[in-house]
Design a protein around this ligand. Structure first.
Ligand SMILES: Nc1ncnc2c1ncn2[C@@H]1O[C@H](COP(=O)(O)OP(=O)(O)OP(=O)(O)O)[C@@H](O)[C@H]1O
Length: 306
């Protein structure tokens, strides 16, 4: 495993004294899709902005592909593509020339065939001669990605890539990101949409109040923290859970028509057979049962609450 991005002891105190990052350590592997998940104001954009050279760190170091982002700025920056949340400039420029121009800013020679490939992959080829100001919001988002890819970066940052985009663009983005990974590009996305992390990421980092509280393989995370729930639908509603069933810590639904039993899916004997037998013994008749597994969202909410 090679490390593509190495963040060490990174802190940011904004003017005015607000601490947005607190001694963050983070290593991102080459070719992985890493989702940085956190609530509003957690410090995600600050972290990305420091790595991309838009904000100065207060302490700590960042290396991209082995290049320090301060002492070896050009080499580090040329490896990075950033898809920001909003497009700000170039209203009168055409799509094709804006993307070609961005490539030039990184000192790369013109490569119209590559720009064409990028525009086609983002369904922007038909719009290549249109002025940016005439594009729809969704197309502007596509353009932001095209610009970020213009210089063939090896690390792509997507800051809240699908906030407010339609289903089609979201699907296109996910396909594009998967394609980039196949080409060995490292992708780091920030999101507060759990669904996005669940769908896309190989690994997940959770950040809150400027601290990374967890970094884990997605599969391991869901495996380790995933709880299962068994819901027992009753023949007759009950007012209270019988004392004999106290050990199961059952929760009664508001209308008393169902009982929920939460258990660890990893335990060999979650006690379901015992529970059903004990329900029978306590005279609680049931007509159906079903199980559900906690989603990444449940896991995230419980982590951030802690
Ligand atoms: N220039 C600044 N000066 C002072 N405080 C700032 C500045 N930029 C950001 N902050 C504060 O730093 C904290 C982290 O902001 P940041 O934008 O990094 O969070 P985020 O995780 O990206 O949030 P969101 O999901 O809302 O984009 C916030 O409390 C924010 O108000």
């Amino acid at each position: 495993m090679t490390t593509m991005l190495s963040v060490s002891n990174l802190s940011k105190v904004y003017e005015g004294g607000f601490t947005a990052l607190k001694a963050v350590d983070l290593d991102i592997r080459r070719g992985e899709i890493f989702a940085l998940l956190g609530p509003n104001g957690a410090g995600k954009t600050t972290l990305i902005s420091i790595v991309c050279g838009l904000v100065n760190a207060s302490t700590g170091t960042v290396k991209v592909g082995g290049h320090d982002i301060v002492t070896d700025y050009r080499a580090a920056r040329s490896l990075i593509g950033l898809v920001p949340q909003e497009l700000t400039t170039e209203a009168f420029e055409s799509v094709f020339s804006a993307v070609s121009f961005t490539r030039g800013l990184f000192g790369k020679p013109a490569d119209p065939a590559y720009i064409e490939k990028v525009l086609r992959s983002l369904s922007l080829w038909d719009k290549r001669n249109h002025k940016i100001m005439t594009l729809s919001g969704g197309m502007k988002r596509r353009l932001l990605i095209a610009k970020a890819l213009s210089h063939e970066p090896r690390v792509l940052f997507l800051d809240e890539p699908t906030a407010g985009v339609d289903v089609e663009l979201r699907r296109d983005m996910w396909n594009l990101v998967r394609g980039l990974r196949e080409d060995g590009v490292t992708v780091i996305l920030t999101t507060h949409y759990i669904e996005e992390a669940e769908e896309m990421a190989d690994r997940i980092g959770v950040i809150t109040h400027g601290e990374i509280i967890l970094v884990e393989d997605k599969a391991t995370l869901m495996h380790k923290l995933g709880k299962k729930q068994l819901t027992v639908h009753l023949h007759e509603p009950i007012d209270t859970v019988p004392e004999a069933l106290a050990a199961y810590a059952l929760e009664r639904t508001d209308d008393g028509h169902a009982l929920t039993y939460t258990y660890d899916a990893e335990r060999e004997h979650p006690g379901i057979a015992d529970l059903l037998a004990d329900l029978n013994a306590a005279g609680v008749g049931f007509k159906d049962v079903n199980t559900t597994q906690s989603s990444l969202e449940d896991i995230f909410v419980s982590l951030v609450k802690q």
